[in-house]
Design a protein around this ligand. Structure first.
Ligand code: DGP
Length: 114
């Protein structure tokens, strides 16, 4: 989508610190990290948020979670653990309107989610 910052990152129009890419998924470091490891994992296809996903997209969700596994191992987060968060909509704290997962790790995270 033409005015989406994450689509621009995928297309290389906006620079990013890319750490993983395959045919369906792109991952890069968050510009405002809240943990030593803070990685955004996004589908290359534009979906505004998780509510835009339907039953036909289930293979993509599975693919995104598999990418989490690969990235966690690549970034050495797999042993101590990490957290995945998906903010959805205004009350979920979503700011960028392109579906993304936050992968947080590198320190012990707080017990509370929000
Ligand atoms: P959310 O609140 O879930 O929509 O989180 C959006 C995240 O995206 C936020 O943690 C900051 C990050 N972000 C926004 N713009 C950019 C950017 O241009 N580059 C990078 N690397 N991250 C960005």
């Amino acid at each position: 989508m033409e005015d989406c910052i994450f689509c621009k990152i995928i297309n290389g129009i906006v620079p990013s610190n890319k750490i993983f890419e395959d045919d369906l998924v792109f991952a890069f470091r968050d510009i405002h990290p809240v943990a030593p490891a803070h990685i955004l994992i996004i589908p290359k296809k534009h979906y505004p948020n998780l509510e835009a996903i339907d039953a036909t997209d289930q293979p993509l969700l599975s693919h995104l979670l598999h990418a989490v596994n690969l990235i966690a191992r690549q970034e050495c987060l797999d042993k101590n653990g990490y957290r995945i968060a998906i903010n959805c909509g205004p009350w979920g704290g979503q700011v960028v309107q392109h579906l993304h997962m936050h992968l947080l790790g590198g320190r012990k995270l707080a017990d509370e989610l929000g």
